[in-house]
Design a binder for this molecule. Sequence first.
Ligand code: GTP
Ligand code: SPV
Ligand code: MN
Length: 610
Amino acid sequence: MNANMNTNEFEKLPFDCPNVALEKWIRKMAVVCQPDRIVLCDGSDQEWDALTDQLVESKTLIRLDPKLHPNSFLARSHPSDTARVEDRTFICSLRESDAGPTNHWRHPEKMKALLRDKFQGSMQGRTMYVVPFCMGPIDSPLALVGVELTDSPYVVVSMKIMCHMGQKVFRKLGAHGAFIPCLHSVGAPLAKGQSDSAWPCNDEKYIVHFPETREVWSFGSGYGGNALLGKKCVALRIASTIARDHGWMAEHMLIMGLESPDGVKTYLTAAFPSSCGKTNLAMITPPEDYQKAGWKTTLVGDDIAWLWPGKSGKLHAINPETGFFGVAPGTSWQSNPNAMHALSKNTIFTNVALTDQNGVWWEGLSAPPSHLIDWTGQDWTPQSGRLAAHANSRFTAPADQCPNIDPEWQNPEGVPIDAIVFGGRRPTTMPLIFQAFDWTHGVFLGATQGSETTAAASGTVGTVRRDPMAMLPFCGYNMGDYFAHWLDMRKHIRRLPRIFHVNWFRKDAQGNFLWPGFRQNIRVLEWIVKRCHGRIPGHETPIGWTPDWEDFCVEGLEGFTHDQFDAAMEFRREDFLAEITSQNQFFLKLYHSMPKELLCQHELLMARMA
Ligand code: GTP
Ligand code: SPV
Ligand code: MN
């Protein structure tokens, strides 16, 4: 529905809103933001067609060749708005200590006053879209309903891909249902007659969470996790605080299934930092010999997992999303055919390059074409000496288009988890694979996880930083309390998952990867699965259980020698002593909230190393 509104007069909404709290909130926010119109989004295909037409008209989207990419579009963002902005992300709990030393904090009252000022008139000349959304299968006990008010139609169409959205959620909400209010503005009001830019945004950005009142306010950015508020803001930052209060876990993890030749299905989750291979692993296609032997892989989720102690006594996991917001560069028919199928239609690409055939291209897709329009809209040739696609360019694609989507992926009861895997980009120090001794040691491995920084957040790329459980940018409360919650969960899980640590990114002195990675990672998964079911022995070392050469399958891996395995698996005392020092610096930062068990794990590791 669509009705012209007289600014400042939102006495009555242009649609029926049976939910009194929602109606009140929309009207209040409309008075602040002063949009020209308010539209309730129903999530229908007709709405998608109308909005994408409008976005093509306004030059935010370019329609791709309908034969090459049916119903698909390219968006180019403003060069200042290409990734999450961690230094502009705030956790505004009442007490600073509840946000903890790893989050930016402001007092909620002060932040709200500041934001009210920012949002004042911020939607002038624009439409306020009301987007009801549900994270998680609609009938899941964990499902969270939110409503995003946004002035970005690009956000609306992206939300249709990324989560349950529109009429069905509005119905679930009913007259009395609770929802998480999420206010979003690109922060670029239009004066009368002023022409719009293709990617409106504001230099000043605020991505703000109020964990106690469960609210999100996002200002100034239209990109990814800054603007699609169901994803990082609700399903991780707000959900992690809800999960702590109610005995479950909201994690930055992929969820996948692995069926071994004997027909046994094992589900696992893996927490790798942003742009470190979750999508790649979640969509893994086993090499042909593995397929022939009967190995099958399925995908439940590629970015977020919600976990709780299920009826089976194991941790159960659901993916709260319905789409992928995946890193484009490096994705190809060789590296990730499932992703290529998933993005073959009904997809929005952002900041990739445009081909002369109105198709898309990015580094790593294929040999570079002789001419492209790069992500900034300029002509590009292989001689240009710059990236054609932004390093954090992404595809937004429906999850059910992935050929190996798990039949249980929308099961409200989730899937039972046997293994949790931690890991990151570690050019040195960390071996290919090892297993924690027990839950507490596993939590320690997650808590001390580190990784080279990537392009998924703005800032420097390539230095190792601590990113515990891959949640550093996404934990909605004090990281020390979060560790305590992980340790506490052990008491509520009858059949604990085994915990592992992997590293696909170790390099030799010449800078070559020591492990082929990608689909060959199935060999590591095979070892994990066999360990979970107690089928093979492990080798006890000071850092954990490791595979012996005899128990690690390299059959069919051309030219991968025993020596190369040893190099990928090596752990060196001097590396680990430096690692322990670096871990300690991070623990010191959290000193006041650090659980004693983890400090004890730290000492045990040092003792084993000595
Ligand atoms: P977010 O969506 O940002 O949370 O990231 P993600 O964890 O889903 O990252 P994604 O799977 O998109 O990772 C992409 C990057 O990881 C690309 O640079 C890939 O080339 C690289 N990558 C993924 N798997 C492997 C691997 O097994 N080996 C190596 N060397 N690189 C890999
Ligand atoms: C990440 O950075 O971990 C992402 C991309 O998954 S975004 O949704 O932009 O946060
Ligand atoms: Mn992510």
